[in-house]
Design a protein around this ligand. Structure first.
Ligand SMILES: C[S@@+](CC[C@H](N)C(=O)[O-])C[C@H]1O[C@@H](n2cnc3c(N)ncnc32)[C@H](O)[C@@H]1O
Length: 406
């Protein structure tokens, strides 16, 4: 790459925090070529001058570069934990206050809408909470405000009953007004300044952004999030991003696959905030539990499935060792079950054993080549190891899959 491209990389790092190793030279050249042509320049040097001086053109390049990948109830356990937190901690002590939630980056809106759907399934009324969605991409925000989605936005393997929140027509899912009105969208570069006395949020979702930032920008963003989050508040990050949070006052919550931290006060060592109690066994769906048949009447296959559910429940209770054992014994009886390997991968990840997690996700993909969630986990793990090429190959595979399903 010539010097002009390197300067563009530096500009992107300075203004939006994008790590230079997060974008392949091919991706950068492609995005720049598209914008250079759209502006009518024959060479990159002239385009760079425009980019340097025009905020509008910089935004256009950002639109070409950002990855807007997201879907409803991504990492479904995060939403289970949110609901659990509201029911066991927020409502008993703060029911008169307004629960303030931020989703940044919110991309095309699936994440903040999933938050609103989750909260409307708790005793909270719509007046008792607010959800703000922020993102740097105008394209993403326009789609978020429209709230019309295709099949691609529904990739969670859950039995979530989405229908109650959408008007469905010809495979188009229009979010219903009660959910749409609950979320306020605005444009925000997370690296830009925030007003000094911005009111704090009680929950922040900042998922799948930190992984794309360079070290300095990530540190800046984490400081901002720390300032924006109220004491006792929850910070949700992406699966692989847990390896990036190294702040004394963020305590990792033992609720597997939710990838959440609770902000604790470091000034008072005498009265630390109480640890979040693991939840009672929960159904997998964040919205509608499915009743299961009594054990004695269940056929063998279902008994085995419920033993996988048992592993999930143990994991939810924070009993990671027991959950891993239960999952392993399930896999001994069902050695070709992709979902079992996927769960064991998530448990290993929550235990911080990323190598074991990677092996499990690989096995899951081997057994079920179209296992999108497992592929997505592998992409993030490869990226966290700096294996850009490996991650890019997997991303292409996901893209092909999405095109087929699209
Ligand atoms: C992969 S999406 C994540 C969406 C959602 N949080 C999730 O986990 O599914 C990443 C989003 O980050 C946004 N983004 C990138 N840099 C940003 C920045 N500096 N400030 C705010 N948003 C940014 C992009 O526009 C994109 O929509």
């Amino acid at each position: 790459m010539n010097q002009d491209y390197q300067r563009i990389e530096q500009l992107l790092a300075r203004r939006i925090g994008l790590g230079p190793d997060k974008l392949s030279p091919r991706q950068l050249i492609k995005a720049v070529t598209i914008r250079q042509k759209a502006c009518g320049f024959n060479n990159v040097s002239d385009y760079l001058k425009r980019l340097d001086s025009s905020a509008h053109e910089f935004q256009e390049l950002v639109e070409q570069i950002v990855i807007r990948e997201t879907w409803f109830f991504r990492h479904r356990q995060a939403f289970s934990l949110l609901r659990h937190h509201v029911q066991t901690q927020w409502l008993p002590s703060r029911s008169r206050d307004t629960l303030r939630i931020l989703s940044v980056p919110c991309s095309t809106g699936e994440e903040p809408y999933s938050i609103a759907m989750t909260l409307l399934n708790t005793p909270l009324s719509s007046q008792q909470f607010t959800v703000e969605g922020m993102d740097i991409s105008q394209t993403a925000l326009t789609l978020a405000k429209k709230g019309i989605y295709g099949k691609n936005s529904f990739r969670s393997h859950d039995q979530v009953d989405y229908k109650q929140f959408f008007e469905v027509e010809d495979n188009r899912y229009q979010i219903c007004p009660s959910i749409r009105n609950q979320v306020k969208f605005s444009s925000k570069n997370l690296l830009s300044a925030w007003p000094p006395n911005h009111p704090p949020y009680h929950v922040i979702f900042c998922r799948h952004l930190l992984i794309y930032l360079d070290d300095v920008s990530r540190d800046r963003v984490l400081k901002v999030l720390d300032r924006l989050l109220a004491n006792g508040g929850l910070l949700f990050v992406g699966a692989v991003e847990t390896t990036l949070i190294k702040r004394d006052n963020f305590r990792f919550m033992s609720y597997p696959s939710a990838f959440a931290y609770q902000k604790v006060s470091t000034t008072s060592t005498k009265f630390p905030s109480p640890p979040v109690r693991p939840p009672k066994p929960q159904p997998r769906s964040p919205l509608k539990p499915r009743p299961s048949a009594p054990l004695s009447k269940q056929p063998e296959k279902e008994i085995q499935r419920s033993s996988l559910e048992m592993a999930q429940q143990l994991a939810n209770q924070g009993k990671l060792k027991e959950a891993a054992q239960s999952c392993q014994s399930y896999l001994q009886r069902n050695p070709i079950d992709a979902q079992g390997y996927f769960l064991l991968g998530e448990i290993s990840q929550a235990q911080g054993n990323l190598e074991a997690a990677q092996r499990c996700f690989q096995k899951a993909v081997y057994l079920r080549p179209n296992y999108r969630e497992a592929l997505a986990h592998l992409v993030l793990l490869r990226e966290s190891q700096g294996d850009r090429q490996g991650a890019a190959i997997l991303k292409n595979r996901i893209q092909r899959l999405d095109n087929l399903q699209g």
